[in-house]
Design a protein around this ligand. Structure first.
Ligand SMILES: [Zn+2]
Length: 255
């Protein structure tokens, strides 16, 4: 009988010890998770919000030529840019992540195109980001030799011009197959999204679909990656050095 009591007591202790061990393990796991979260937040600080606007989408294909459709190129570059900026610690908001038009998000009685643009501006203003970039593809059928990237800025914020110069410089330095791309200066542009957003931002025309070489490049994943890296480099340059920029110049070393 005594022997039986000892065995039962031992089993009870064992059971209690298992419960205590289980809870201790749970506490340890929670502690480790909290520690990892703190380390993660310290290593990858959220530097602020950036809105990426892949131009067009859905019914609005943008400019097209020989099966190359602007809306698809814009979205792919934007997604690549999103990953790069997130890796750099920025919180990224996309105006669209799929092949959709945004006109249904705005219920004003304006045209479909204007409702689409309104929705993009509303997303930008709602998130109050550090800046926004609108990604597009250019075309010029009166001069099909025109190539290269051109960044447009509005007159509303002087910071937009600085941002445009920083991104333009980075895109001007892209080398493809050992050949430097044709370079441009950024240009002022009177565009709805630039005039109506409440933060600095630019429209980036990444290449000319009307030019046979540019069009071919736009279909290549590697080139779209180069464009995304260039845009991200320009954004970082602007955010890190904007306070030092007085008169933005295109030549490296002048910022
Ligand atoms: Zn466009």
């Amino acid at each position: 009988m005594r022997r039986l009591t000892v065995i039962v007591l031992n089993k009870t202790r064992l059971f209690l010890a298992a419960i205590v061990a289980f809870f201790l393990l749970e506490i340890l796991v929670l502690f480790l998770r909290a520690t990892l979260l703190i380390v993660y937040m310290c290593i990858i600080p959220q530097k602020g919000i950036i809105v990426i606007d892949p131009g067009h989408g859905g019914i609005d294909g943008g400019t097209t030529k020989d099966g190359v459709i602007e809306k698809d190129i814009n979205l792919d570059i934007a997604k690549k840019l999103k990953v790069i900026l997130q890796q750099k610690g920025y919180q990224v908001v996309m105006t669209r992540e799929e092949n959709i038009s945004l006109n249904s998000l705005d219920n004003s009685n304006k045209s479909r195109h204007r409702r689409d643009l309104n929705a993009r501006v509303n997303i930008i203003n709602k998130h109050n980001p550090l800046l926004f970039v609108s990604v597009h593809v250019n075309s010029n059928y009166t001069n099909t030799r025109a190539t290269g990237a051109i960044v447009f800025y509005g007159e509303k914020y002087c910071e937009s011009k600085v941002l445009a110069y920083c991104i333009q410089r980075a895109l001007n330095s892209i080398v493809v197959n050992g050949v430097k791309r044709v370079t441009h200066d950024p240009q002022p542009g009177n565009y709805f999204i630039l005039n109506n957003s409440n933060v600095p931002g630019v429209i980036i025309e990444t290449a000319f679909i009307s030019n046979v070489e540019d069009r071919s490049l736009l279909t290549k994943d590697e080139f779209r990656k180069q464009l995304a890296v260039g845009i991200a480099t320009g954004i970082e340059k602007y955010l890190n050095d904007a306070n030092k920029v007085v008169a933005p110049q295109l030549n490296e070393g002048q910022i």
